[in-house]
Ligand binder design. Structure first.
Ligand code: PMP
Length: 357
């Protein structure tokens, strides 16, 4: 019998993102709903993508060796312990497919990234949501939610959509306290936005139950190409490769990502522009009575009096051609998540919110 797995959330995500069709035919629309890099990818990545046109008839590499070696060189990691996927979404999916099935539990935080729950359901496992304390990841609450059925524990650091971060000592305490069969997944989708980010590489070196995931969709500006990667103990990476299709990434995606990861100056520039305008935007919103939590990534979580006010502000922004993200699905109905754009975009959204207030 075919097993049809409910995947609540995917349609919601499509609607919020607007996708290409939502923006079709509209001019001057400012999309600040998907935490994309307003500067796009570095020039070298675009050039590599265009060169890939010559090989459209060729199947891509099955082992992604060139990209894994480039990532390994840049981040000081062992290439054979890296796995590449169609966005980090696919790495999350592989983890659930390989490690969680019916009767198993996948733990994530209350305001954690939606794909953890969706991928757990797709694998037939049961997602377990841990309440957050003041929107901060609560290690004790996570440990209390774990049982002999827990197979995976997902933490995004920084977290989307709250932007909060927890320190490595707390992460270590979590890894050490998990039941024996559980794997801790450190999702670093926004890692490059944090100066001096500790990715947990030393923790992974010491332990056999910690994996990290990363993406080319954020600071590298390649969301449209869908490339992400994971790093962890060899045994786990080998298992993830067993559920990976051989040709999961296209040639164009592989070569563009390789060029992007080598361009450290681009990452540096995008990080400092983002920090500057993120802090400016948070300040401007506070001045008009819209506070936000301390932001660490490339978005600001703006807080309103209640859901009604947040929705009314969203409507006003849409009428001005500005698309931000409602986060009611993350149990934050009184908030709007706003991606940090370039200077002009930040000025435009701050002005529109000022008008609303
Ligand atoms: N993790 C987090 C925390 C995210 O916010 C996102 C993107 N919204 C992802 C993973 C997935 O990103 P991608 O599949 O584009 O790599």
């Amino acid at each position: 019998m075919t097993r049809i797995v409910p995947q609540p959330g995917i349609m919601d995500i499509a609607l919020y993102e607007g996708g290409a069709s939502h923006l079709e035919g509209k001019t001057n629309v400012l999309k600040l709903s998907s935490n994309e890099n307003p500067f796009g990818p570095p020039e070298a990545a675009k050039e590599a993508f265009l060169r890939a046109v010559r090989d459209l008839h060729r199947y891509p590499s099955t082992d992604h060796a060139a990209l894994r070696h480039a990532i390994g060189e840049v981040w000081g990691l062992e290439p054979r312990r890296i796995i590449c996927g169609v966005g980090s979404d696919e790495i999350i999916h592989f983890l659930c497919q390989a490690y969680a099935g019916p009767g198993d539990e996948v733990v994530h935080t209350e305001h954690g990234f939606a794909m953890y729950r969706i991928s757990a359901l797709a694998a037939g496992a049961t997602p377990v949501e841990v309440p957050e304390r003041e929107r901060t990841t609560d290690v004790d609450a996570i440990l209390a939610a774990c049982s002999e059925r827990t197979k995976l524990v997902f933490i995004a650091n920084p977290n989307n959509p709250t932007g909060t971060m927890i320190g490595m000592s707390e992460i270590r305490r979590l890894a050490e306290g998990l039941p024996e069969q559980a794997i801790l997944v450190l999702d670093g989708a926004y890692a490059e936005y944090v100066e001096g980010y500790d990715a947990g590489t030393s923790l992974i070196a010491e332990r056999d139950n910690v994996v990290m995931t990363r993406t080319f969709s954020k600071i590298y500006g390649l969301g449209g190409l869908r490339v992400g990667w994971g790093y962890g103990p060899q045994a786990i990476i080998d298992n993830l490769n067993r559920v990976r299709g051989p040709f999961n990434l296209s040639n164009a995606a592989l070569v563009a990502a390789e060029a992007a990861v080598r361009d450290r100056a681009w990452v540096q520039r995008c990080r400092s522009e983002n920090a500057r305008w993120r802090d400016w935007l948070a300040r401007k919103l506070a001045e008009v009575g819209v506070p936000s939590d301390v932001a660490t990534a490339n978005f600001v979580l703006a807080r309103f009096a209640d859901a009604q006010e947040a929705n009314a502000c969203d409507e006003h922004l849409r009428s001005e051609g500005i698309i931000v993200r409602r986060v009611a699905g993350y149990k934050l109905p009184h908030c709007l998540r706003i991606t940090v754009g370039d200077e002009a975009s930040c000025r435009r959204v701050a002005h529109a919110i000022g008008q609303f207030k």
